[in-house]
Design a protein around this ligand. Sequence first.
Ligand SMILES: C[S@@+](CC[C@H](N)C(=O)[O-])C[C@H]1O[C@@H](n2cnc3c(N)ncnc32)[C@H](O)[C@@H]1O
Length: 193
Amino acid sequence: MELDKTYWNTRYLEQNTPWDIGFVSPPIKEYVDVIQDKNLRVLIPGAGNAYEAVYLHQLGFEQVFVCDWAEEALVHLHKVAPAFPASHLICKDFFELEGQFDLVLEQTFFCAIAPALRSSYVDKMSSLLVSGGTLAGLLFASHFEKPGPPFGGDAAEYESLFSSQFVINRLSVAKNSILPRANNELFFELFRK
Ligand SMILES: C[S@@+](CC[C@H](N)C(=O)[O-])C[C@H]1O[C@@H](n2cnc3c(N)ncnc32)[C@H](O)[C@@H]1O
């Protein structure tokens, strides 16, 4: 099975999206609620229905960008959140995205890509973030028995993946995950070196 854009777009067309929790993930909400600087350029890659992006925009963040290569997800997002700027919906392969951001938020994108692409994910995040920029969000805390996606991982693996290009400020079990993910999500905050 190839995890290409047709695969993901079809999942949205068939409404086969069990990863979609329907609201802003609580640990991410808690994190963004205390950010004062509303001018930050924020990227949410593999955002799907992008509840986090819409929430940030409602909070007054004006430089929030969504990247997803599944057109159906972005078309739907535009329908349900027409106030979110259409020009900030980027239908593109994340690995071909260009730009500079201060903050990237991770929510079930890393676990959706093939594990072989994880080091490219780290490189790409590093190139998209300004020096000192932040990559934050959630990663699964364990491996799954069933073949992915989602593909799991563990803290030791993440530390070894990210530490050459990022300072690991936080990587610990999230306290307020949704019930089905309780104790199986790590909240992380990394600063680009
Ligand atoms: C598991 S879903 C998560 C969606 C959303 N973050 C959520 O939590 O509901 C993974 C998303 O990543 C997107 N995706 C996967 N690989 C991508 C890539 N290379 N470039 C852009 N989007 C990608 C898929 O289209 C899908 O919307």
